[in-house]
Design a protein around this ligand. Structure first.
Ligand code: ADP
Ligand code: MG
Length: 336
């Protein structure tokens, strides 16, 4: 117990900086969100799948912290653990020093899927929903707050529209407005722009940057795109392929959409690519070989259910419910 917190093993290349980038400074302030030696596993009767192994990172207030790694390396699992939906099999995640042991309105998630908006609610009702469900605000205040954020994401004219009438990019804007309206301690985003066309994706990255400039929220952002990581993040945690382990942590605050064509950006991207995929740099350390089994995802919880339950911080056993039933159950319980 008296041992200092176990930081992730720091391989040699961990201390190297990408071309033109400085290593992240060690701020004196306490981290807002902290992952310490987090291993995540999915167990079924026949198999255990280890999604991440001994992952540690610190997210500070105002960070745009990116988890970057190839598909299947456990990024979404880490985000779900930060959201309180799954518990680490080893290690711990804390926020403001308190262990995360369930979802809460202090952590709101935006997912990739366009189905995270209950389709029977208008844009405004969607944004108001978690504000009311979490009892954060009275109806009139919730409406005012919702309209503020709907305006911020450029959808003032669509407040009364239903999700099916919106484009993918507009739906993601609503999800972002809904999340930011909750004023969470940490905004969790899991590949929120991955299903958008390239131009819209770029536009959304730009808008996220603009929103961050205005509101200075703390962001934990998952992507498998190196370019997106450099554009969105001020710090990037590189994870190895399955199971995810920390490869390196890099500072990327100097990059943005303005610099995507620059030689510095390209060389940073190349260096990250090497760190992620170079077998020499990737030699695994001591960890036991993970059990790798081709099991399908057993818990399928629709994005809408997770997003709403997380935002509302409700003690609802979401994984036990299926489809929109989960969202509906929450709504009905609260007579919304
Ligand atoms: P990423 O988001 O980086 O693509 P995930 O966190 O989704 O990775 O998955 C990491 C590993 O955990 C993968 O091998 C995946 O198949 C496995 N996994 C994810 N969710 C489940 C689940 N519900 N049940 C069993 N295995 C899962
Ligand atoms: Mg994922």
């Amino acid at each position: 117990m008296s041992q200092p917190p176990q930081l992730h093993a720091v391989p040699k290349w961990h201390t190297q900086s990408i071309a033109g980038a400085q290593l992240a400074p060690q701020p004196a302030v306490q981290p807002l969100l902290r992952a310490e030696g987090v291993s995540l596993e999915y167990r079924s009767r026949a198999h255990t799948v280890r999604a991440t192994h001994d992952v540690s990172f610190d997210v500070y207030r105002g960070d745009r912290f990116v988890l970057l790694g190839p598909s299947g390396c456990g990024k979404s699992s880490l985000l779900k653990a930060a959201g309180g939906f799954i518990a680490p099999s080893a290690g711990r995640i804390s926020i403001n020093g308190q262990a995360v042991n369930g979802p809460g309105p202090d952590r709101v998630a935006v997912f990739q899927e366009f189905d995270q908006l209950p389709p029977w609610k208008t844009v405004k009702q969607n944004v108001m929903f978690p504000l009311l469900a979490s009892k954060k605000l009275k109806r009139s205040e919730a409406e005012e707050r919702a309209m503020h954020w709907i305006g911020k994401v450029g959808l003032a004219g669509f407040a009364d529209a239903y999700p099916h009438t919106l484009s993918g990019g507009m739906k993601q804007r609503v999800a972002i407005a809904r999340a930011l309206a909750m004023q969470p301690e940490v905004l969790l985003m899991d590949e929120p722009f991955a299903a958008l066309d390239a131009l819209t994706r770029r536009k959304m990255q730009e808008e996220l940057g603009r929103l961050w400039e205005e509101a200075r929220f703390t962001l934990l952002f998952v992507t498998h795109s190196i370019e997106e990581a450099l554009v969105v993040g001020n710090r990037i945690l590189l994870l190895s392929p399955h199971p995810g382990r920390v490869r390196a942590e890099l500072n990327s605050h100097q990059f943005g959409l303005h610099s995507t064509g620059s030689p510095e950006f390209q060389s940073a991207a190349n260096r990250i690519h090497r760190l992620l995929f170079d077998e020499d740099a990737a030699a695994p350390e001591s960890a036991a070989a993970p059990v790798r089994a081709a099991v399908p995802d057993e818990i399928t919880v629709p994005a809408a259910a997770i997003a709403i339950a997380a935002a509302a911080g409700l003690p609802v056993p979401v994984p036990a419910l299926g489809g929109y039933d989960a969202v509906d159950a929450i709504g009905r319980r609260l007579a919304l």
